[in-house]
Design a protein around this ligand. Sequence first.
Ligand code: AMP
Length: 191
Amino acid sequence: MKLILLGPPGAGKGTQAQKLVSDYGYAQLSTGDMLRAAVAAGSEVGKQAKDIMDRGDLVPDEVVVGIISDRVEAPDCAKGFILDGFPRNTAQAEALDKMLDEKGMKLDTVISLEVVEKDLFDRIEQRAKETVGGPRADDNVKALKKRLEVYHEQTAPLIKYYGDQGVLKTVDGMAQIDAVSAQISDILAEV
Ligand code: AMP
């Protein structure tokens, strides 16, 4: 199973991806997590990405496309993978299509988590309080506003992109975590 979880920051993509990892054994490919690891490790990619991430902008496409391209064929992706936070714009989506095609792979589904935007500020505030080791540098009101702006401008058009490909499904991301997971499981059972 190869799927994308699509949705604005705080929609619950990471939470749902982790549930899919434990329930189905798929790999979670979160570009945000990988970039934060690169920042923590002080690697070249991390140095390049840190300031961009802190202010809520997107890191360059070639960086994230390269990271994902390296990961999708790793052994832990044998049962499938969940793309969480990637693609973030049309150029990345096109690069992903090309990459999967070249590797003889195909996306099974794209699941869009629909949320009420004004509630995302409360969710992010809650996440900032609960994050072990302190809040993420971009889990604050200023960066979240920027991340939402970027989401609308660059990522939301992917709903139409995947709708046109006939692979888009939507779930109510405001439901309880288990109820969202149940909706996702129903979709996966059908594709
Ligand atoms: P996330 O954990 O998905 O919210 O991502 C945190 C930050 O990492 C984003 O605000 C971006 O700065 C960067 N990032 C993560 N994924 C991507 C991506 N696919 N393209 C560009 N930047 C990304």
